[in-house]
Design a protein around this ligand. Structure first.
Ligand code: SF4
Length: 301
């Protein structure tokens, strides 16, 4: 190869392909010019110890080989060795219908339900919350107290009914010889705080309701106490005033349900405190009757 041609090929980056790196062994296969470099060739390209000098036979005139026409360089993709194609199966995002989601929630155990609520972004309340408020208490409780939704303190601490209204509720329970966490479970209709403590919308309630339904199924309480109108209307499925629902036993699916005022309302309307106390005493009397096997005249919701 002429020096000029070698320079041109070097400038094209093809020089190493054409440079004979090792002398062909005597009688061995010739290294074909233009062979694609292989790992073996690459290792051969490393500096090798100088071969021991061997006597050079007298040159025998041999015909000069005719140079093979040089193929035009082709794109690397055309000459790249064929490799097995790896097919990556991607999993499309799971889209569930409302019915699928509800059915899934209804199969959850406590740990999975709590984990699901903690990461839930199903409705818009997820955007403004600090903490989800799953519920707290005895997961085998006889009494299940249900409020509307978390307030500012609950949102900050992740526990329902803390702060002033929570202290009032604890005092009312204590007056009946009960305590949160002991045969009492406390939850809310929605698990995330509505901004500015507004009433949750119907869509937010509908999104969150399956979690409460599953909690009720898992707790299997003897009685549900609906604290306030949102809880009562949501669980009973019909619009009524608290005043018209007090002093009656309704049924949420198979569980008796009694309605009273929300503690936050009682803090603003101290005159109603006595009514709430009446309601809790009414509930306690019914629970005792049911335990004794007496018919308490349940009203079908
Ligand atoms: S309110 Fe309920 S449904 Fe909405 S994001 Fe929170 S946990 Fe999910």
């Amino acid at each position: 190869m002429s020096k000029r041609r070698s320079q041109i090929l070097d400038e094209m980056g093809l020089g190493p392909r054409w440079r004979l790196r090792v002398p062909p062994p005597a009688g061995g296969p010739a290294v074909a010019l233009g062979d694609a470099p292989s790992s073996a060739a690459a290792s051969a390209a490393a500096p090798a110890p100088a071969p021991a000098p061997t006597p050079t036979p007298a040159p025998t005139p041999t015909p000069t080989p005719t140079p093979t026409p040089t193929p035009a360089p082709t794109p690397a993709t055309a000459t790249a060795p064929t490799t097995a194609t790896t097919i990556t199966t991607t999993t499309a995002p799971v889209t569930t219908t409302g019915a699928d989601r509800i059915a899934g929630v209804m199969r959850m155990d406590w740990p999975l339900l709590a984990e699901t609520v903690a990461g839930c972004t199903v409705c818009g309340l997820a955007r403004s919350r600090n903490c989800t408020v799953f519920g707290v208490g005895d997961r085998r409780a006889s009494w299940l107290l249900v409020g509307e939704g978390p307030g500012a303190e609950e949102d900050a601490r992740g526990e329902p009914f803390v702060g002033q209204s929570g202290r009032l509720l604890d005092n009312m329970l204590a007056a009946m010889g009960m305590k949160r966490g002991e045969d009492v479970f406390i939850a809310n209709i929605v698990k995330c705080r509505p901004p500015d403590n507004r009433v949750p919308t119907a869509a937010e309630v509908a999104s969150c309701e399956p979690y409460l339904h599953r909690q009720i199924e898992l707790v299997r309480p003897k009685v549900i106490i609906a604290l306030g109108k949102t809880a009562a209307v949501t669980l009973l499925g019909k619009e009524q005033s608290i005043a018209s629902m007090r002093g009656k036993v309704f049924r949420y699916r198979d569980t008796p349900l009694i309605v009273t005022y929300h503690p936050a309302y009682l803090l603003r309307s101290l005159a109603e405190k006595a009514k709430a106390w009446e309601d809790l005493c009414f509930a306690r009397a019914r629970v005792r009757e049911w335990a004794a096997g007496e018919d308490a005249g349940i009203v079908q919701s």
